[in-house]
Design a protein around this ligand. Structure first.
Ligand SMILES: C[S@@+](CC[C@H](N)C(=O)[O-])C[C@H]1O[C@@H](n2cnc3c(N)ncnc32)[C@H](O)[C@@H]1O
Length: 412
């Protein structure tokens, strides 16, 4: 199967485990026909403009791939022959550098992804050399086309990577912070917590363990309708031979015109952390993202934090430390004291705690009404939802401990 120039394309939107449903909802809202939601991504259909829209507007997608061929390849030689037979001249100018990235399922017949990528590069270069007498250069930085190869069993899928650099690289982060969340994961957590609906009704968001500010910055870009791709200067499709510059310019102009001013109203988003160093990084990133006036940053201990003065109840969405650098007792104590803070100071609010330490999370002392599974890189995490109402307070006796232990235990 090969996909050639047509008015309708199939795209594969890759998304981290646990975030596929949000990527699918976003794609639908951007006008896509949803073909399939799979572990790791969503297959969608629409015109080329949709591919650009996904790159510009999706907050959850990691990459937007344009599959161009799918075939059987049980060996590296079969892979080479099939790749060499594809019409690369339709996708790549001989003067455009390219790179090949390969991912493979555990059971793929070709055992080494690096070797498969090398064979793919050779096949593309050899096709150009035999037809045009010279080969495109291979480069890993600067403007280039990224070809994506996926191997599973004896099957290979080849795609043009329209996004190029993964889309979580928004362009506003310069420091790596203390265990920062990927921007795409932070956006999925905000969707899961219904932040867009809260923001539209003027309810505030508080992140008391904000670190480098990822949750707050992503929340602000949602509230201000800032397209996350507006800050990026490079996308893979800019080096693609079929790129339609006019459509891309029109979409960027449309996105700019939809952006709300960051200083047009009082901040709805409150972000604090006990570390001055990470707050400094958060300030920098928020300024680069153009959302600094929309966020009130403060250096504060999450234990004993008060809600913003005179504010209506809203959302607490936060990612406390998982405790790798703290003793078991210290991290349990931190979660217990934060739970006390929620119960005593945030009555009427809804709290979402994102953590990879489910044993510490039991010490929050509230019963989660929802436990959504996500992966933070290799760490299996849960987003725990705690409505803070007087009836949800379980006290500190054995009853809530037993209930929360059951609730926080991962199933399967
Ligand atoms: C997992 S990191 C948060 C990362 C953040 N979501 C990001 O994307 O950068 C946890 C943060 O909690 C902060 N922290 C630890 N104990 C705290 C406390 N008692 N009060 C406030 N912040 C605390 C740390 O400084 C760290 O920045």
């Amino acid at each position: 199967m090969t996909q050639i120039r047509s008015s309708q394309y199939t795209f594969f939107v890759t998304a981290a485990r646990g975030t596929e449903a949000f990527a699918s909802e976003e794609a639908r809202a951007l006008g896509a026909e949803i073909l399939d939601v799979l572990p790791g991504g969503v297959s969608v259909r629409g015109p080329l403009e949709l591919g650009y829209r996904l790159c510009l507007w999706s907050r959850v997608a990691q990459r937007v791939l344009l599959p161009i061929a799918h075939f059987q390849a049980a060996t590296a030689e079969e892979l080479y022959e099939a790749i060499r037979g594809l019409p690369w001249e339709e996708h790549l100018e001989v003067d455009t550098p390219f790179e090949v990235e390969c991912t493979r399922a555990a059971e793929s017949a070709i055992a080494h992804s690096h070797y498969a990528a090398l064979k793919t590069k050779d096949a593309i270069a050899d096709r150009f050399r035999s037809r045009m007498g010279r080969r495109p250069s291979v480069r890993r930085s600067g403007r280039r086309l990224t070809i994506h190869l996926y191997l599973k069993g004896c099957e290979a899928s080849v795609s043009v990577d329209l996004s190029g650099e993964p889309l979580y690289k928004r362009g506003y982060r310069q420091h790596s912070g203390t265990a920062p969340l990927k921007e795409t994961l932070a956006a999925a957590l905000l969707y899961a917590a219904s932040w867009p609906e809260y923001a539209a009704q003027g309810h505030p968001l508080v992140d008391p363990f904000c670190g480098s500010g990822t949750i707050a910055i992503e929340a602000a870009t949602m509230a201000l309708r800032i397209a996350p791709g507006l800050l990026r200067s490079h996308f893979g499709f800019l080096a693609w031979r079929q790129h339609d510059q006019q459509t891309w310019h029109a979409l960027r102009a449309e996105a700019r015109s939809r952006t709300l001013p960051a200083n047009g109203r009082p901040p709805l988003i409150y972000a604090s952390d006990c570390s001055a160093n990470v707050l400094h990084q958060a300030h920098d990133a928020a300024k680069r993202a153009g959302v600094f006036p929309a966020i009130r940053f403060a250096q504060a201990d999450a234990r004993g934090l008060q809600p913003p003065p005179h504010s209506r109840p809203g959302l607490v969405l936060t990612n406390p430390p998982y405790g790798h650098r703290l003793s078991g007792d210290a991290i349990d104590e931190l979660y217990a004291q934060f739970g006390d803070t929620l119960r005593h100071n945030f009555l009427g609010w809804t709290a979402f705690v994102f953590t990879g330490n489910l044993s510490a999370a039991r010490h929050i002392g509230l019963r989660p009404t929802q436990r959504l599974p996500f992966w933070n890189g290799p760490i299996e995490c849960r987003l725990l939802r705690f409505p803070i109402a007087s009836t949800s307070v379980r006290g500190s006796g054995p009853r809530w401990r037993q209930q929360t232990r059951e609730a926080a235990t991962p199933k399967g």
